[in-house]
Design a protein around this ligand. Structure first.
Ligand code: ADP
Length: 158
């Protein structure tokens, strides 16, 4: 039984995240989507809201579980018996940051592997922050986030 974890802030989940989650779900028995609890980052959505949005957005993928963690990802990986971490790569800037994280995680626990999945072309420019920016100024975010997220954003900025 192979288990992968897709960690992130998911503030909120976008179709770019969902693309990585779906593609990962086809390669393993179970995907755990783990929301990092980091209130210091001043998120728009609470942890509970992020989890609910992820649950709704992934309800049609049978082998996905939504969870959260705080502290070191390597400790969470060990505690949950996860086989590897999956991260999405959009641009060179992602690469530099992710390389640093993957190497640090390897130093903290040499058994933990990180696998990288290239973004799909249509989502390569997409991030949670840009979606929030565009939505704040009434821009169109159709096709970039699941419907449930659109509704939640509408409530937040109303
Ligand atoms: P963001 O960078 O949008 O704030 P997160 O911290 O929630 O996102 O990111 C969690 C993971 O999802 C990271 O590995 C990130 O590279 C990946 N990711 C986010 N958006 C995309 C996208 N559009 N395509 C591929 N991977 C993505």
């Amino acid at each position: 039984m192979k288990t992968a974890v897709c960690p992130g802030s998911f503030d909120p989940v976008t179709n770019g995240h969902l693309d990585i989650i779906k593609r990962t779900s086809k390669m393993v028995d179970k995907v755990i989507v783990a929301v990092l609890y980091n209130p210091g980052k001043n998120p728009l959505f609470t942890l509970e809201e992020k989890i609910d949005l992820l649950k709704e957005a992934t309800k049609d993928i049978p082998n996905v579980e939504i969870d959260c963690f705080s502290g070191l990802l390597v400790d969470y990986v060990k505690q949950k018996n996860i086989d590897f971490i999956v991260k999405g790569l959009r641009a060179v800037s992602d690469f530099e940051y992710e390389l640093q994280m993957a190497l640090m995680n390897k130093k903290l626990n040499h058994e933990v592997e990180t696998m990288f999945m290239m973004t799909s072309g249509e989502y390569s420019y997409l991030s949670s922050s840009i979606v929030k920016e565009v939505w704040k100024f009434d821009g169109c975010i159709d096709g970039l986030v699941p419907e449930v997220v659109k509704k939640a954003l509408h409530k937040k900025f109303k």
